[in-house]
Design a protein around this ligand. Sequence first.
Ligand code: DX5
Ligand code: ZN
Length: 216
Amino acid sequence: MMSKKIVAPSILSADFSALKNDIEKVNASDADWFHIDVMDGVFVPNISFGFPVLKAIKQYATKPLDVHLMIEKPARYIDAFAKAGTTLLTVHYEACTHLHRTIQQIKAAGMQAGVALNPHTPVSVLEAIISDLDLVLIMSVNPGFGGQSFIENSYKKITDLKALIQKTASKALIEVDGGVTNKNAALLHQKGADVLVSGSYLFKAPDFNEAVLRLK
Ligand code: DX5
Ligand code: ZN
């Protein structure tokens, strides 16, 4: 199947002193989703933002909210993210002892469910759960910060994931997050990525929408 070429700008790289402007920039562009990185300072060595900021984004965003939780024990907050208007909630494999239950709870709360894998985690750990997932997020940098460089081994993980999805007839989308730019987008699509997250590349670009189109 053709890859979908969904673009999800990462709000972590937006200007938080003028957040509404950047939300409207995404609304007015050819980007498809808002990618929203929530960090707790425990699972990753950084703290980003939580519900007050998420609510502010939801108030103006006209596109789906793709929320990437980089927090320990994310099951504690599933209902709160549903109430805040999340479309798709992604938790880290490495942060969930009872991943199967967490995925069922995300769906029961009315959201789509994704699982993210750190760079060191092989795709094979998802074998027993892949058919329940709406999305798998391959981290192509170590989570915690925007503006890092793409880890080359991520291509192989996309290939492995594509094979697992085809073998199991799963409908999961493949999302890639970290160091995505116009330089690697075409190869990422070729390997099977459906969703490209991009923060610093898009928000530093002189023309936001031209940069979005370069990722398609
Ligand atoms: C990193 C976040 C990413 C980040 C990507 O932990 O998950 O979504 O914002 O930023 P860039 O595109 O700058 O690597
Ligand atoms: Zn992210």
